[in-house]
Design a protein around this ligand. Structure first.
Ligand SMILES: Cc1ncc(COP(=O)(O)O)c(C=O)c1O
Length: 391
């Protein structure tokens, strides 16, 4: 039996290599127990398309909870971002500013409408776009700023909204991670002109595939309903305002199915407890990793969506992934910098210096975080981690 002795800030920990190996997946989708009852109710209601009772309940819940003027349930956050790009009236040659440390969906949504993406560096303390660098990236062609709030930790929204006003730009919040997360008491996604949330199975609250478009600028609501309904005025028809619905604008099939909305509804009612559980897990991770430098672990847990550790090289990060794998602990990296990807080079450019985007994305490692792990599992992960970690 090999025993490693190491120091935690509080106590000495004994690492016993003969301990039984646990199986700790990176993620397990949340299931609360309410899902089948609600899905069965939707089946009994005999209305399964978009816009049924559960869809309406989800929208109004989110409007009350987030303070957003209008929430449209969508098939994904990607689709909500695509709706946002249509609503932004992007034309060939317009530019959209966003962080390169990002998921592909926002970039794709705007590129599909003809925009060029102007990538800006991140703040390594929270992995969000560095708001101080945005003004230098604004050109006469800039139309939109995308604020992606990483792990529910807010971007500097006062600065971003100030720039939007000064240069007459639209702000789209990519709030994919952000259910139950706030900036100065305002729910993320409800501050910019438009916001997009994800209910993908990897998120804190989920329905397999799902999302929501948050519309804070009332002038955009009517058109958003048309875009959601394949470019038709079907929602006016449903309200009895017109006798027949017809094709009036561009659009697509963006509405969430009633089955997914039914699955989601019970989870929405538990947002606060479910987020708190994850935030507590993040705090436990943070307590174990307290000897790490400030920028190497999240300072603020946000809504508990992600806990990461940053290394000083990609080799060390990748070695850790392999080491943890031998103990059946699944840890993953993301996002590859968009400006270095094949499509990123074709459709975008980097403004200013890449001081942190590449460095952080190559060295960041996400550790398991879901409702089926507990503090003991986190200790187990931490101990295995420290076996090979080189300070
Ligand atoms: C920042 C960000 N935006 C958008 C998305 C896309 O979300 P969805 O899978 O609901 O389309 C994701 C997915 O994880 C994401 O991380």
């Amino acid at each position: 039996m090999t025993r490693h002795l190491m120091k935690d800030s509080e106590k000495w920990l004994f690492l016993d290599n003969t301990l039984e190996k646990k199986n700790i997946p990176f993620h397990i989708p949340l299931v609360t127990g309410s899902e089948s009852e609600h899905v069965n109710a939707a089946i009994r209601n005999k209305y399964l398309g978009a816009g049924g009772d559960f869809t309406k309940k989800c929208s109004s819940f989110l409007e009350d909870f987030t303070g957003c003027k209008k929430v449209i349930m969508t098939t994904s956050c990607t689709d909500a971002l695509e709706m946002a790009a249509i609503l932004a009236d992007i034309k060939e040659g317009d530019e959209v500013i966003m962080a390169s440390f990002n998921f592909v969906s926002a970039a794709n949504a705007f590129v599909m409408r003809g925009a060029k993406i102007c990538f800006v560096d991140i703040d390594q303390m929270n992995m969000n776009i560095d708001a101080k660098l945005i003004e230098a990236a604004i050109s006469p062609r800039t139309k939109v700023i995308v604020a992606m709030h990483y792990s529910g930790v807010p971007c500097e929204m006062d600065t971003i909204m100030g720039l939007a006003e000064k240069y007459n730009l639209l702000v789209v919040e990519d709030a994919a991670h952000c259910i139950g997360a706030f900036y100065k008491d305002r729910h993320l996604g409800s501050i910019g002109h438009l916001g997009a949330i994800s209910f993908h199975e990897t998120k804190n609250i989920q329905c397999g595939e799902g999302g929501a478009l948050m519309i804070n600028d009332e002038r955009l609501i009517q058109r958003a309903l048309i875009i959601r309904d394949k470019g038709t005025n079907r929602s006016d028809f449903n309200k009895g305002i017109v006798k027949k619905y017809t094709w009036v604008d561009i659009g697509s099939s963006f509405g969430l199915s009633e089955l997914n909305a039914a699955f989601l509804f019970g989870q929405l009612l538990q947002i606060q407890e479910r987020n708190q559980f994850r935030i507590d897990l993040c705090k436990q991770y943070k307590a174990f990793f307290s000897d790490f430098k400030k920028h190497e672990i999240p300072e603020d847990p946000g809504n508990g969506h992600i806990f990461y550790v940053k290394f000083d090289s990609v080799e060390k990060r990748d070695r850790m992934i392999d080491h943890l794998k031998t103990f059946h602990i699944e840890a993953v990296s993301h996002y590859e910098p968009l400006h270095q990807s094949v499509a990123g080079k074709k459709y975008g450019y980097f403004s200013g210096e890449d001081n942190f985007t590449t460095k952080c994305s190559k060295t960041l490692l996400r550790l398991p975080l879901h409702q089926d792990i507990n503090n003991e599992d986190i200790l187990y992960i931490f101990q295995r981690f420290m076996q090979v970690y080189e300070m």
